[in-house]
Design a binder for this molecule. Structure first.
Ligand code: NAP
Length: 282
């Protein structure tokens, strides 16, 4: 997909538009810094223009809103990404809703949330669930008529994931169940899944006995767990116990290296989609 995108980006550049992405990073959350750095590197490799705006943790909300306004009006920027989480003095909703929907490559603006729920392809699909859907499609995993169980109902992953799986089209037409923290006896639900997609933020919560033999398991979770044997003092694990689930699943994504790189790819894809709107008519 990255190679396909590089071709599309080169074609856009020939027509006078270099897709541009601005990342807004507030504070010094180490994971957020790492994500933004990876996104910047991917932009460089693909030939996208990118800019990272780093602001101190104490930045007032109005200042952040003013920055978003400036980026909304910047012709070099086609996609705006506000890295979450934002510090507590900032109302994240107000900032995210301020992003011009045409530049909202994360798909968090209500206009895009609505379009995605309606199956309107002009809406930006949030990068993580969109990446999971592409991962399924491009791995030849049929979703049509199969039971997909999504664990997690966040606006970033679980809810849009369920919405994409429900749509009529490739990577859709599944029968979808969504679980969350109030779901009773969650294992009895996850064991029904032909396709199990987990986005909880709970390290290795899903054990082998919660997975139906032959299921496809997509692990969205990224959790740091202390590990003095690693040079950083921690290692990354998913929400699924990989070794146990792998023993029963037909296919499974690793953490790191599974959904994460797809998320970055889909962010680039959405930025290219955003830039296409600004290509002058031939
Ligand atoms: P979130 O906003 O914290 O949502 C977590 C969801 O899991 C909530 O809906 C919560 O239910 C549910 N949950 C928590 N504990 C549960 C339990 N014991 N049983 C059942 N459901 C439970 O997190 P998120 O933003 O969706 O992210 C989820 C994970 O994916 C995190 O590890 C995050 O780092 C990772 N992530 C990875 C990528 C990537 O690119 N790889 C991108 C985004 C997120 P309630 O709603 O009832 O509280």
């Amino acid at each position: 997909m990255r190679a396909e995108l590089a071709g599309e980006i080169a074609a856009l550049r020939r027509r006078g538009v270099t897709p541009g992405l601005a990342a807004v990073l507030v504070g010094d959350n180490p994971a957020s810094h790492a994500y933004v750095q990876m996104k910047g590197r991917a932009c460089d490799e693909a030939g996208l223009f990118h800019e990272t705006l780093r602001l101190p943790a104490a930045t007032p909300e109005d200042e952040l809103v003013a920055l978003v306004d400036r980026l909304n009006g910047d012709p070099r920027i086609h996609g705006i990404l506000v890295q979450l989480p934002l510090p507590p003095q900032v109302d994240a909703r107000r900032v995210l809703h301020r992003v011009d929907p045409r530049k909202d490559v994360d798909g968090f603006h209500p206009e895009n949330v609505g379009k995605v729920a309606m199956g309107d392809p002009s809406g930006f699909r949030p990068a993580t669930p969109y990446g999971v859907q592409q991962l399924l499609i491009r791995s030849g995993i049929e979703t049509k008529g199969r039971h997909a169980v999504v664990v997690g109902r966040s606006l970033v992953v679980g809810r849009p994931m369920a919405s994409l799986l429900l749509q009529d089209g490739p990577g859709g037409n599944a029968t979808v169940t969504v679980c969350h923290s109030r779901t009773r006896d969650i294992g009895s639900v996850t064991r029904l899944a032909d396709i199990l997609i987990v986005a909880m933020g709970k390290p290795e919560f899903i054990t082998g006995d919660m997975v139906k033999p032959g299921a496809v398991v997509i692990d969205v979770g990224v959790n740091r767990v202390d590990d003095p044997t690693h040079k950083k003092g921690y290692r990354l694990v998913g929400d699924v116990n990989f070794a146990e689930a792998r023993a029963v699943a037909e296919a499974i994504t690793p953490v790191p290296g599974g959904v994460g790189p797809m998320t970055i790819t889909m962010l680039l894809h959405n930025t290219v989609q955003a830039a296409r709107q600004w290509v002058p008519a031939a």
